[in-house]
Design a protein around this ligand. Sequence first.
Ligand code: PFF
Length: 531
Amino acid sequence: MAKPKEQWASRLGVILAVAGSAVGLGNFLRFPGTAAANGGGGFMIPYFCALIFLGIPICWAEWTMGKHGGQFGFNSCPAIFGALGRKPIWRYLGVLGLIIPVIIYMYYVLIESWCMGYAFSYLVGWINLGPDPTQYAAESVQYFNNFVGANQDGLMLDGRIHISVVVWLFVFAVNFYFIYRGLSKGIEAFCTWAMPLMAVCAIIVLVRVLTLGAPDPARPELNVVNGLGFMWNPKPLDSQHSTWVSALAQPKVWMNAAGQIFFSLSVGFGVIINYASYLKRKDDVVLAGLTASGTNEFFEVCLGGLITIPAAFVFLGVAGAERVGVFSLGFHTLPVVFEYMPAGHLFGFLWFFMLFLAAITSSLSMLQPAIAFLEEALGIGRRASVALLGMVTGMGSLFVIFFSKDLKALVFLDETIGTITIVVLAAVQTILFGWVFGVKRGARVAAEGAEMKLPGFFPFVIKYVTPAYLLLMLGLWCYTDLGRYVAQVRSDQVVALTFGLVVVVTVFLLILINIGGRRWKAETRELPGGR
Ligand code: PFF
């Protein structure tokens, strides 16, 4: 196994695939809500700090480690960590680069299927909030709760046919179809047309929102300009603070900014390492990494940041625009906005279809690392690895569907994996890159074939600033949230079971890493010159 088995077909293809992984629900639903709740325009200060000191440096480190690991013929995080760190412990730490994408997939694919379900419902006219505008909000919440079974556990799997479960099955199958087709014929080919299509849909919706003016003549203050102001003017966090600057003194705001950057850029997931491992030695990673991140920022700040909240403000005023939780913004508030908007059902379709495209290009990237791992650890072929991963993620996803009451399992998994564990993996990666593999060596590998010079500050930042930033974040989280987190696992049965799911998946993968480790040791020994 001296050469990677699969390769990207083109330079643009790999950039679109990484950008596709990055641009997702995080950009359109998570970002506007997080920004609005953390000080509006003021939030952009911690946000851009996190982008410059965490997001971009770690992204370059991931691209570089991935490309280097690929030269050993490895494509999965545990094998690459093992080859770079040269001690078995690194192999086992690489498990993080598997559990994160695999577990996120279990709930992300569900939200993806809601987007598809909503798009379809708009198309065929199933979403209708009734004749009375005062009831829109209540109707919208009820529609969502019925759709996802949020009122009671087990509702979606009670033996009857639920449209949302049918759509989930379909979306799940589509993901595995593309994964089965392989890296360049499946993922790359799909992203190459899905990304531009998604941009077109988003821009159409954006133009619609920016040209809304003041739709209610009786309330001229509810206009687009004020909507943009509501989103972007720096503002205090809450009534206890008098100025927006005091928001910057809150550690939570900085943590939320960093969490958003990670989630959004797909950094700290083990995904970029995997995608970059299919590059050739002379391929550029510096400009490619920056372009993919830049594309993500365009979708996030310029499209995600200008659509949802201004639209909610224009029709629903401050009260509507303030309900910014990910689900309440996306699935409660926006359907009400579309009900008011001229030709709203058409825009509702476009919007949810675009969200679906954004989500599927991300969910594909969550599956590929595990597929590569199964093939590499067990020596099995594509068909067997797809079947095995389909079974594991299918069971996990059914678990989340079953425990649908208040979306408890989903929300807990997102807190555990989508928020905390990614910071841990990012810390592990930076220590491996900056301290074990070595920054100088890393910079040399990155420079091979690079189309752009790495900035001079990169080695210093990745070695000292990034790990310190991450360790501080982790310490802060332990100080402020660990107690609450443990109490939640202890006191709530569903949460405890969900925690159990994470443990079972982790142990399963650790056992496979142990099996794979023996195979990989032999392979690195066989390489000419050892490394
Ligand atoms: N970056 C994606 C988003 O913004 O929605 C989410 C994501 C992609 C999470 C890939 C995890 C992952 F492995």
